[in-house]
Ligand binder design. Structure first.
Ligand code: FAD
Length: 392
């Protein structure tokens, strides 16, 4: 059994194989040199220096997992069942692709001193001194990573400007009416959010916008999205989708025999939402591996059809999301979006399709179960924030 990619999804797959009783050889191959680690703390505690590391608490040796770090997969010869790596060919019976995603780079900014990404432990370690020295920081992109980095940088006392091409934060992730109230969070935290602003070029020490504005920048952090890390699979016969993601089925099998794909690098069909989902969040990298391991061990896993879940910690708020709102036809608010705690619910017919909760973890927990169960809801009761969601 060979798992390629030693992030959350790869590590969980290797561990789940053992949990589910697989006793053959398990090899886990990862390009990074570090002991496998968790990414969410990188934009939070690690950045602020309140945690030193986020290595997974897993004893690979005790589990009999052959961990090969600093080893990059370069190609796949599927017919021969061989993975080509920087350390030579690795034969497999079953291969699990878990190479995750890599950040989109800002054209023209590569190689300019002081320009950073935030995906890896090395990235976070390079950014720590930026915060400690309280540089003027320009963040490009007001997505999840941009918001979390801006939060940490403000907390560390940096002057922060966030440049966003769309007219609001999180434009790619949330409908306009839901993302709009979040713009005020930047100002409240003392960050200068510039929407409808485009970077024309990045120079050492400055970001120049297309309207000629010159923003001083001791450091620039680019957070404009991530794409599946699958370029190395070109020509292998593994089908890649429009975003470069590995196209998997509802057991997370690819179209190539004995090859699975899980986590940020893959998409899968959701019967629940009638759509193919590519989920770039932690919970998917936790849940998907259980299906992969079950399918490998038993040959008959149940279909993988989760209610997607994620959280973000930004500007002193705990933001949680469950479900898949594009499947919905009605939007309902619980509470005032200009206040500290509110929830937005998306309904398809009279059933909850998704919800986003700000500072209302109980709504999230109950909503997630209601989505899973497909419980019919009363929209009028649902809109009352004083009433528990589960009784609506
Ligand atoms: P990855 O974590 O990307 O791991 C893939 C691994 O494969 C990497 O180590 C990579 O080096 C390796 N690899 C890639 N190519 C090769 C190759 N060719 N050969 C060998 N190895 C290779 N999600 C949330 O829900 N909430 C959060 O608050 C949150 N915060 C985040 C903060 C940051 C800074 C980041 C970057 C992500 C955050 N996420 C969060 C998303 C979450 O961390 C990811 O969804 C999760 O890490 C995906 O796991 P993965 O194993 O699929 O991919």
């Amino acid at each position: 059994m060979v798992v390629v990619g030693a992030g959350m999804a790869g590590v969980q797959t290797a561990a789940a194989l053992r949990e589910q009783g697989f006793d053959g050889t398990v090899t886990l191959i990862g390009a990074e040199p570090h002991q496998p680690y968790d990414r969410p703390p990188l934009s939070k505690a690690i950045l602020l220096g309140t945690a030193e590391h986020s290595a997974f608490d897993i004893d690979f040796e005790a589990l009999g997992i052959d961990l090969r770090l600093g080893c990059e997969a370069l190609g796949l010869r599927a017919e021969a069942h061989v993975l080509d790596t920087s350390a030579g060919p690795v034969p497999y019976d079953v291969l699990v692709l878990a190479t995750g995603a890599e950040p989109v780079r800002l054209p023209g900014a590569e190689g300019v001193p002081g320009v950073h990404l935030l995906r890896t432990l090395d990235d976070a370690e390079r950014l720590r001194p930026v915060l400690a020295r309280q540089h003027d920081v320009v963040v490009v992109g007001a997505g999840w990573i941009g918001a979390e980095f801006a939060t940490a940088a403000r907390e560390a006392g940096c002057a922060v400007t966030v440049v966003e091409a769309a007219d609001r934060p999180l434009a790619g992730a949330l409908p306009a009416e839901v993302a709009a109230p979040m713009a005020a969070w930047y100002a409240d935290a003392g960050a200068d959010l510039r929407t409808r602003a485009r970077v024309e070029r990045v120079e050492p020490g400055a970001v120049v916008l297309d309207d000629g504005t010159r923003l001083p920048a001791g450091a620039v952090v680019v957070g404009i999205g991530a794409r599946p890390a699958t370029a190395w699979l070109a020509g292998s016969g593994v089908e890649l989708g429009a975003h470069g993601e590995v196209v998997a089925d509802d057991r997370l099998r690819t179209g190539v025999p004995d090859v699975y794909a899980v986590g940020d690098c893959a998409s899968f069909p959701s019967a629940r939402y009638g759509a193919r989902l590519m989920v770039h969040h932690w919970d998917n990298a936790l849940q998907g591996p259980r299906t992969v391991a079950a399918d490998i061990v038993t040959g008959a896993a149940a279909a993988y059809d989760p209610v997607p879940y994620f959280w973000s910690e930004q500007f002193g708020r705990f933001v949680q999301y469950a479900g898949h709102h594009p499947a919905a036809d009605t939007t309902l608010w619980r509470g005032d979006p200009s206040g500290p705690a509110w929830t937005v619910c998306w309904l398809r017919g009279n059933r909850l399709a998704g919800l986003l909760a700000v500072g209302r973890p109980r709504d999230l927990a109950q909503g997630r179960r209601l989505i899973e169960a497909g419980t019919p809801m009363d929209p009028e009761l649902l809109a009352d924030p004083a009433r528990p969601l589960k009784s609506a």
